[in-house]
Design a protein around this ligand. Sequence first.
Ligand SMILES: CC(C)(COP(=O)(O)OP(=O)(O)OC[C@H]1O[C@@H](n2cnc3c(N)ncnc32)[C@H](O)[C@@H]1OP(=O)(O)O)[C@@H](O)C(=O)NCCC(=O)NCCS
Length: 159
Amino acid sequence: MGREDLKLRKMNNQDIPLVKIWLNKEHVRKWFGDPREWLNEIYNRESQYDWINHYIIEYEDKPMGFCQYYDCSKTGEGYGWDNESEGTFGIDYLIGDEEFLGKGIGKQIVNKLTQMVIENEKPAQIIADPLEGNSVSRKVLEYNNYIWDDLKGLYKFIV
Ligand SMILES: CC(C)(COP(=O)(O)OP(=O)(O)OC[C@H]1O[C@@H](n2cnc3c(N)ncnc32)[C@H](O)[C@@H]1OP(=O)(O)O)[C@@H](O)C(=O)NCCC(=O)NCCS
């Protein structure tokens, strides 16, 4: 796979029906939880949630997943990440289309997303919080040099 095969581009309104389908798939719901919460953030991404940066992932020009990043200091209390140090950014990612699972693309997505956050935001650290049983996501993070912080229960990439 060439690096140019994988692209992250800003999400737009036409993407939402597809994202909704992905969020409702069993292999995603299992780890992402209630699709309505994610969709609420997406619908309000230019107002209340303008601190979340939403991207569509394209593989060979086909939309197949979505990812996002955000400044943890803007999340507010409900998310529990607002007590992280200055310059902390959080990431989330999913492959929606099953056809693309288990082919090493997840590793490349986290690589690209991490590089994008570094270029756009000059962060001090990037964090991710896969659920305990999500061993595939954990492997993807470890492959990209994210380190498990036992105290916080998070993966961290120190820039
Ligand atoms: C997490 C996710 C992005 C990983 O992407 P992926 O392209 O399927 O994963 P990769 O092919 O890059 O594989 C990563 C590792 O997991 C292993 N793996 C992949 N699928 C697997 C499976 N079904 N069972 C066991 N191991 C698996 C790979 O062999 C690889 O291991 P290695 O590092 O030892 O070689 C993808 O599975 C996904 O979107 N899952 C649903 C949403 C989700 O969980 N998002 C993350 C929330 S924190």
